[in-house]
Design a protein around this ligand. Sequence first.
Ligand SMILES: [Zn+2]
Ligand SMILES: [Zn+2]
Length: 220
Amino acid sequence: MALRCTTCNKPAFENAQLKHCSRCKSALYCSTACQKEDWPIHKHVCEQFKATTTTNPRPSLAHKLALILPVDEAKPKLVWMKFEEKTEAAEDSDDSDAVYETPDFTYLGDGGSPQLLVISRTMKAANLQLQRFDLEDSVVIYLRGAGSIDGSRTNACVSALVKGSGRFNWRGPLIVLGQPGTAFDPLIHRDIVPMDLRLAVDYLRSYDGFQVHPFEAISA
Ligand SMILES: [Zn+2]
Ligand SMILES: [Zn+2]
């Protein structure tokens, strides 16, 4: 993945060095203006990103960084999620078997059959400003499929992040995951980076309940 500014997506050039957030060394910025713009969002995860390189390292190679937006807490949680690797035998013996990973859906709570939102693709299609972004990777959100009717409470973390500017009542916990590449159906995941939270918050704020919304039912 190319190094890019967390806020404006500008790539690193020899004469335009990106600077790390001095606290977590994880977020990258092209200017102090971009760093300042991102701080209201980044401040929630800065310490947690720092911890992943110090006191909270990767438990195993099956774990990747994920973001949980808890239903009852204002602060997003950066967690090492353990993915389960599965293999689907190829129908044709000439093809190789498909290897894919399933996320840990227990974070969605009991009985939450997961629904998938591929937000990076939707946002790029819908947002003129984002069309200038070179999003080399995908960002996806999982939510409870029946969250709007199963008694799930309004997500307090989303409410805190969008600061009252959201237009949709997101209910239940949300899982934000990164996937490498922009293929329609990526099979594996990558660690969350600070830009992913930024994109997720932009999406959760702008979704109004009517714009094209690629809910895709998936089997857990
Ligand atoms: Zn920038
Ligand atoms: Zn930081």
